[in-house]
Design a binder for this molecule. Sequence first.
Ligand SMILES: [Zn+2]
Length: 569
Amino acid sequence: MKSAVKSLCLLCVLCGPVLCFSLDREAFAITNYDLNVRVEPEQHRLGVRGKISLRNDTPTPQKIAVLQISSSLDWRAIRAADKMLQFVTQPYTSDIDHTGSLSEAIVTLPQEIAPHATIDLDIAYEGVVLLDATRLTRIGTPENSAKSSDWDQIDEKFTGLRGVGYVAWYPIATEVANLSEGNTLFEVLARWKTREAASQMEVSFQDPNLTSDSVTSTMLCNGKGIRGGTREGTGRFQWARCSYGDLAHSAPTFVIAGYGVVDRPSNAVFNFSGHGVAAEAYADEAERVAPLIADWFGSPREKTQTADLPDASAAPFESGAFLMTPVANFAAKVAGLTAAHQLTHASVVSFRPWIEEGLAHFAQALYLENQKGRQAALDYMGAHRSALGTAPRSEDEAKQSLLDTTNEELYRSKAMCVWWMLRDMISDSALKKAIASYKAEQDKDPSYMPRLIAAQTQRDLEWFFDDWVYHDRGLPDFKVESAFAASTPIKSFMLTITLDNLGTAGAEVPVTIKFAGGDVTKRIEVRSKSKATFRVETPTAPKEIRVNDGSVPESDFANNNFKIPETAK
Ligand SMILES: [Zn+2]
């Protein structure tokens, strides 16, 4: 091995630019992982043996493959068909890993791999994974908040490793990601996940603490099909196997800790000792919220799982219905909101964030409405959409559409508002039917969900989807242009209102007319840069018009009230 290292390094010196700059780190995708992971919590150690399959994703044959793992791990062996392969290792600075660096193996393959062809490799690597927030602290993040964000580690009390984007505990192959250079981390991650879309990952975990008589650790993961020798009921395994799917949208994650568990029909909360009361409170609140969520989004496909984090200020991490969060911190106020979100993920699965995350946030607004009335839900949405009007707009409108945006503000907050508007426009029952008919496996094109919604109503909603889903047309801006009241022969008043939408997106907006002794509300559809004129009859003289109760995001709420002058009566 040493001579190989030497000669390759010599090559580096002689023709550095040729070797080092022509290295295509993203040439291969890893289409299959079959890994055996041995965890030694006391030593903070991880030892991995296994098999991976590489696929050449380039149009040219490749003789060199790059494999990367976290910089705190070391490559031990790489083989192809029982033949030891020569490889050079080097540190590779990249913020895709919490340590801010990767251990890179530059592997000389036994033969050139043709485009689309694959090769199987046997691999071995090991090392320690300690709490490490280097990638954040070196760009100036205060140490405490950096550690609350990058909390992954192997430790006796708590072992929790999130995959790509946090800790490269399994091999990846990526170009450099730099947190101080705009969006590169996000882009590199997105490219990797796209290449991994159809990949499979099977991992067997072994931990001496899981088999020791004195320790009862629990092993959890965000994949499917954990099985193993259980003892003392569910959730405790002497060994466990996790089958991770949908690598395009989730980072393979596992947790091993000495948890207790609060088990309820809809959810299980795994908690550290001392957090049992908080865990029960959350589990019970989730039980109370579950019927509302099932009514809107259908029966859950799985039980939600919540795993406790030891650092009370640790940032939560969610992967579908699997949530890692400091359980002790669940304030009564947020428990219901969190449960509504998590339970929705257990009912609706979609690879489209505006559906998966948008609906989970919409569920939070529904929960508040259910608890405290419509105004509480509108206030909640109002607080979350404040950034929508000022969100930076990309030159290419399509890139910012709800369908393929990577901007969380859009696929979370804006999507929540879109679902709420749809519900107001087509009725709760129609929207529930549309959601019930959604099947992720049939979601082959972006118009699938809009078509399911359109099928539940007689209304033409194409303009709405055009403005809010297929494109980012910005927001509406409503203004009453004029209002004239005239008394009618039957002693009531006929008010003629012209409502202007100065904004760039159309919407249906509630308009409330106040008169002595009451008010009346009408819902009016106004397309972008358009006007709508309509009439409202009131029993006494109309006094004031109020446009938009807050259910429609708008760029300017200051011009929404209109006082009807006395002379107009
Ligand atoms: Zn979510």
